[in-house]
Each structure stands twice: as structure tokens, then as C-alpha cells.
Design a protein. Structure first.
Length: 287
């Protein structure tokens, strides 16, 4: 009758308990718990967390490319990316490449991220070996600045003149504030040259040459905007764009056009040389 199902319940519960106890453990990856345990055992969780912290610290302009480079360096065993020390430290070429990678991560306008990356580059470049004391010398510092200026729009003459102002002697110890100043100045020169190049494009109207009167007028306005004397912070020179407003620039160009004189043309190369020379002349030399 009605009592038989009730009698079977304790037996069924005992059977299910024995069955669960004798069942094999689920394979790795078979459930959410086992997947999380696998990630923890493999160190993936800590690795991804460290990568995200690096992204927040560096604030790169291209986070996906940053992560790709980060994990590539991690696989290759780079101590700078992995955050681990190795018995044999890399040589100067590797340290230069790593320092260059750090300083290019964030735009210099992001001051906190840029300073943090500059500090990481300084440490990477100054890592000492068994026969060498830790610290950045003038030779590596100058080579880093040269590499920063290489791919930019700044003419070679302007880059060389700038290096002459911010470089240190080969065997001279370079303090971090000097290191940061030189790196920042090189990046600002590249941006200044890019803005001057864009300005010439407007003056030339798509052709390879522009009216020399317009170019000279713009260069005079640019020199006035840069001001006189030496500034302490190279990033201030990027404020020239706001000082050289459209109204003042239009007036300078209008006065140049009203001069009914025959005028020659000016090439893009000549304009960039003159514009970047104005910038370099205002950079405070390293003492």
C-alpha cells in the first residue's frame, strides 16, 4: 500500500550517497570551479591581472598593441615585461630597445603615465651588469635620444642641433631629471615638426611649394609666439598653437599678400628647417 514508497526513501538516499562518493572526480576544465582552479594553478589569473595593471600604469595610446608587445616580451623572458630578475642582464642594444619601448607607450601630455614610463626606461637603461655599476651614462642616454628623433618629421639638422643642447658626455652619469628633460624635449620637437609640416600643407595648398612671402610671415608670427628667452619646460612650446591663433595668422598672411612684390617660392624642406630651428634655439641647454 501507501507505506512502501516511504520505506524506500532512506534506502534510495543511502544509495545516491554511496554512488556520489564512488563517482570519479570531474576532469580538469569540466566545470566553472575546475576552470578557475586551472587558471590559478597555471598563473594565468595573476598574469592577466599584472598585464591590466601595466596598461593602467602606462596609459598607452594603443592598448591592444601594448598588450601584444607585453605578452610577446613575457614569452621571450624579458625581465622588463615579466617583472622578474634574471641572472644574466641584457646588453646595451636590448636595454636601449626596452627603454625606447617604454618612453613611446604614452603621449607626453599624459604627465603621470609619461613620467612613470620614463622612470621605467631609466631603470631599464641603467641596469648594471657584473662588471658595470647601475646607472645611465651619457653614451646610452644620447643614443636613446637619437633613436627617438629618427622616425619623426623633424629634419636631421634640427635633431642634431637639439642633441647638441641636451646631450651629456659619454662617460658622464645622467641624473633622472636630465634624462626626462632630454626625452621629453625630443618628443616635443617631433610634434612641433609635425605641426609645422601640417601648417605648410595649408600654405602650399597641396603643392610642393608655397609663396615665400606667406612662409616668411608665418615664420615671423611663429617666432613671436615662441617668445624670447629660454623656457624651462619644452612642453610649453606646444602652446604656440594657441598663441598663434587663426586671427593673428590670417592678419600676417594678409599683410604679406598685400605686398605687391615678386616673390619666390619656399619648399617644404626649407620651411621645416626654418621652423624647427626656431624651436631648437629656444631650448634650454643641459648644464
Amino acid at each position: 500500500g501507501t507505506s512502501r514508497p516511504a520505506e524506500r526513501r532512506p534506502k534510495m538516499a543511502a544509495y545516491e550517497k554511496r554512488r556520489a562518493g564512488s563517482a570519479p572526480a570531474p576532469a580538469a576544465g569540466g566545470g566553472l570551479g575546475s576552470e578557475a582552479e586551472f587558471l590559478l594553478r597555471a598563473g594565468v589569473t595573476a598574469m592577466v591581472r599584472e598585464a591590466l595593471l601595466k596598461v593602467l600604469e602606462a596609459r598607452p595610446e594603443e592598448p591592444v598593441s601594448f598588450l601584444a608587445d607585453y605578452f610577446e616580451r613575457l614569452v621571450l623572458g624579458s625581465p622588463g615585461a615579466a617583472g622578474e630578475a634574471t641572472a644574466e642582464l641584457p646588453g646595451p642594444p636590448q636595454r636601449l630597445a626596452r627603454a625606447l619601448w617604454y618612453v613611446r607607450l604614452a603621449h607626453h601630455s599624459h604627465r603621470t603615465a609619461f613620467d612613470s614610463n620614463a622612470g621605467a626606461a631609466y631603470e631599464a637603461l641603467g641596469a648594471g651588469g657584473r662588471r658595470r655599476k647601475a646607472g645611465v651614462d651619457g653614451r646610452l642616454y644620447t643614443e636613446l635620444l637619437r633613436r627617438i628623433c629618427q622616425p619623426g618629421a623633424a629634419p636631421a639638422e634640427a635633431a642634431a642641433a637639439l642633441l647638441g643642447r641636451v646631450r651629456c658626455r659619454d662617460h658622464e652619469a645622467v641624473p633622472f631629471d636630465v634624462f626626462r628633460y632630454g626625452v621629453l624635449t625630443c618628443f616635443v620637437l617631433l610634434e612641433f615638426a609635425a605641426k609645422a609640416d601640417a601648417l605648410f600643407g595649408v600654405l602650399a595648398g597641396g603643392s610642393g611649394a608655397a609663396d615665400a612671402r606667406l612662409c616668411q610671415a608665418v615664420l615671423r608670427a611663429l617666432e613671436d609666439a615662441l617668445g624670447t628667452g629660454h623656457g624651462s619646460l619644452p612642453s610649453r612650446y606646444l602652446e604656440v598653437g594657441s598663441k598663434l591663433g587663426p586671427d593673428g595668422l590670417a592678419l600676417a598672411m594678409d599683410r604679406a599678400l598685400q605686398e605687391r612684390k615678386l616673390s619666390s617660392s619656399m619648399s617644404r624642406e626649407e620651411f621645416l628647417k626654418k621652423a624647427t630651428a626656431l624651436f631648437v634655439a629656444k631650448v634650454k641647454p643641459v648644464e
